[in-house]
Design a protein around this ligand. Structure first.
Ligand code: ACM
Length: 406
C-alpha cells in the first residue's frame, strides 16, 4: 500500500474539536488512511495551546467575526465571534486514539506567511511590527514573519513544544502563499538584507526556509512544506518533503529533484470544493470536484503518498465537513490504495461502519440526498469554477514564480 495515505483537516478557519477529530480518524481508518494532517494555524486562528507562548492560543484563537461570502468578493461579515483551540490534553487524546487504529497525526504550523493569528499574539515578529487582528477574511494576506534571529529563536521554542507533543516523524511548516515582496516594504528588513548581502526577497525566502529546516531537523524531525516553498527555486530549496497542491507538473519536478512527494492537487483532492454546482449545495470555494473526478485520479509513479484537503473557510459544522468528505474520501482511498473491486462494491462493504459512527454521507442518488445548503455560510453562491480558481492562482504573485512549470 502507498506509504502516506493522508487526510488534511483545517481547524484554523473553523475550529473542529477533539471529539470530531477522533470521530473523523475512526472514519478514515475504515478506508485504510494512515495519516491525519492537522492545519493548526493560519491568519484566521491559532488552534493549539502553547505553554511557552500562551498568547498564541489566548489571543490567536479568537476572531471577532467571519466573512460570510466568497473570499474573492468584497467581504461581508457575520458579526459573530469565533474561537477554539486544542489543549495539550486534547492532542494526547487524539493521538492516542489515532495510534490505536494505525493513524499518525502530523501538525502544521504555517510560516512565514499565513501568520496573522501568530502576529495578533506576538506582533514583534512581523514585518513593520504593526498591530494585527486575527483575520475574519478569507484569502491570502500580507502577513509575514521577519527573517531575524529573534524570530528563529521564537520558532525554535514553538516547534520544540510541538515536537514534544506530536510523536510523528514529520512537522509541516506551510511555506505556501507567502507574499515575500512585503519584506521589501519593511525598512529594518531591507537594512538587514543589505548587511547580509541579500538582494532579492526570493533569497530571503530561501534563507528563511533553510533556517526553519535546521530547527526542524535539529528536533529530530523531517520537514514538510507545500510545493510553493520548493518551486521558488528547485535547485536551492530545502530537502523538505514536498506536498504538491498545484498539479502534477510541480510534483514531477520535485520527484526529479529527489524530493519525497505527497500529492494533494486541487483537482481532485480539495474536498472543500463542491461535489456539484447546484443550489442544493452549500457555498464552496469552487467546484465541481465530482466523485468521478476523484475516481479518475492517477498518482504519479514515485510519489510517497496522496492526501485530500478539507479547508474550512466555508465549513462551520461537523455535519457539513462530513458531507464534503464522504463519499469522496472513500473514492480516493479506493483509487489510490483500495482493492481491485469496483468502487460501489468497495464502498458498499464499508459503508455500514461509517453509518455506525454516525457519519453524514452525501448520497450518490440525489433522491436520497439530505439537502444541507442551509448549513453553509451565507446564501447559496455559485462560487467560482475550478478553472477560474486555477487561473487566479496562476495570475497571483506567488504562483507567478512558478508559472514556467504550469
Ligand atoms: C494551499 O492551498 N495554500 C496549500
Amino acid at each position: 500500500m502507498m506509504r502516506w495515505r493522508g487526510a488534511m483537516l483545517d481547524i484554523s478557519r473553523h475550529f473542529f474539536d477533539a471529539e470530531f477529530i477522533k470521530k473523523t480518524i475512526s472514519a478514515l481508518a475504515v478506508f485504510d488512511y494512515n495519516t491525519l494532517h492537522l492545519h493548526l494555524t493560519d491568519d484566521q486562528g491559532w488552534r493549539l495551546e502553547s505553554k511557552e507562548f500562551p498568547l498564541l492560543h489566548t489571543v490567536g484563537s479568537i476572531r471577532k467575526q467571519s466573512q460570510n461570502n466568497h473570499g474573492l468578493l468584497e467581504p461581508t461579515y457575520d458579526g459573530i465571534e469565533h474561537s477554539g483551540y486544542l489543549t495539550h490534553h486534547d492532542v494526547r487524546e487524539i493521538i492516542s486514539h489515532a495510534h490505536s487504529i494505525g493513524i499518525r497525526v502530523i501538525p502544521e504550523i504555517n510560516i512565514p506567511g499565513h501568520t496573522g493569528a501568530l502576529l495578533a499574539a506576538y506582533p514583534q515578529f512581523g514585518i513593520n511590527q504593526n498591530p494585527v487582528e486575527v483575520s475574519g477574511r478569507w484569502g491570502i494576506s500580507n502577513h509575514l514573519l521577519r527573517p531575524f534571529s529573534e524570530t528563529f529563536e521564537f520558532l525554535t521554542k514553538v516547534f520544540q513544544e510541538v515536537a514534544e507533543l506530536f510523536p510523528s516523524e514529520y512537522i509541516h511548516v506551510g511555506g505556501d502563499e507567502s507574499l515575500i515582496n512585503n519584506w521589501l516594504l519593511d525598512p529594518e528588513v531591507v537594512a538587514w538584507m543589505k548587511s547580509q548581502g541579500f538582494v532579492t526577497a526570493k533569497e530571503v525566502f530561501l534563507y528563511f526556509m533553510q533556517e526553519v529546516e535546521k530547527i526542524i531537523n535539529g528536533l529530530g524531525k523531517k520537514m514538510v512544506t507545500w510545493d510553493d516553498a520548493f518551486a521558488f527555486d528547485p535547485d536551492q530549496a530545502t530537502q523538505a518533503t514536498v506536498m504538491s497542491w498545484r498539479g502534477a507538473a510541480i510534483a514531477q519536478i520535485a520527484l526529479d529533484h529527489g524530493r519525497e512527494v505527497i500529492q494533494g492537487p486541487v483537482l481532485p483532492t480539495y474536498f472543500d470544493y463542491s461535489q456539484e454546482v447546484s443550489t442544493t449545495e452549500p457555498l464552496a470555494i469552487g467546484g465541481p470536484i465530482t466523485l468521478d473526478d476523484v475516481l479518475a485520479f492517477k498518482p504519479l509513479q514515485g510519489a510517497t503518498g496522496v492526501q485530500f484537503q478539507l479547508w474550512s473557510e466555508y465549513i462551520q459544522s461537523p455535519v457539513h465537513a462530513e458531507y464534503m468528505m464522504w463519499p469522496r474520501a472513500a473514492a480516493l482511498a479506493y483509487r489510490c490504495w483500495g482493492d481491485g473491486k469496483d468502487f460501489e462494491t468497495y464502498f458498499g462493504q464499508r459503508r455500514a461502519q461509517l453509518e455506525a459512527l454516525g457519519v453524514m454521507i452525501r448520497e450518490i442518488d440525489p433522491g436520497q440526498r439530505v439537502n444541507i445548503a442551509h448549513l453553509g455560510i451565507g446564501e447559496y453562491h455559485r462560487g467560482f469554477d475550478t478553472a477560474q480558481i486555477m487561473q487566479f492562482l496562476e495570475e497571483s504573485a506567488i504562483a507567478g514564480e512558478v508559472a514556467e512549470f504550469n
